[in-house]
Ligand binder design. Structure first.
Ligand SMILES: [Zn+2]
Length: 114
C-alpha cells in the first residue's frame, strides 16, 4: 500500500527562488498523508511540506533553502494545523464484517448442536 498525500494549505512566499531568482513564484504547501485500501480510508498523523516554484516549475529541496526561506517555513509551520487522524471504513468493509459475523453465528450454531 503506498501512502498518498492531500494538500492542506498552500502559502505564497515572497522569497527569491534559489533557481530562477524570481520573487513571485515560490509556493509552500503542507500535505498530510492518507492511506486508501479496499476496506478503509485513513488519515494519518504524518505531514510533509514542500516548496515549489511556479515560475520555473522546480521543486525546491530543503538543501537549496536559504536562511530567509527557512525562517518563513518555520513561521508557517507553527501556524498550520493538520487534520486529526481518522479511520473510515468503506462499505465493502461492513459487508465483509457482516459475512464474518454470519459465519461465526452459523459455526457456533452447528457447534452447539453437536
Ligand atoms: Zn524559480
Amino acid at each position: 500500500m503506498t501512502p498518498q498525500y492531500f494538500t492542506l494549505s498552500v502559502v505564497k512566499l515572497k522569497n527569491n527562488c534559489p533557481e530562477c531568482f524570481s520573487n513571485e513564484g515560490l509556493e509552500l504547501s503542507f500535505e498530510q498523508e492518507f492511506i486508501e485500501s479496499k476496506l478503509y480510508k485513513s488519515i494519518t498523523n504524518k505531514t510533509r511540506h514542500q516548496i515549489r516554484c511556479t515560475n520555473c516549475n522546480t521543486k525546491i529541496f530543503p538543501v537549496r533553502w536559504n536562511d530567509d526561506i527557512e525562517r518563513v517555513v518555520n513561521y508557517h509551520y507553527k501556524t498550520f494545523t493538520p487534520k486529526a487522524a481518522s479511520l473510515k471504513l468503506k462499505r465493502s468493509a461492513w459487508f465483509f464484517f457482516i459475512i464474518l459475523l454470519t459465519a461465526i453465528v452459523v459455526v457456533s450454531f452447528f457447534a452447539m448442536n453437536l
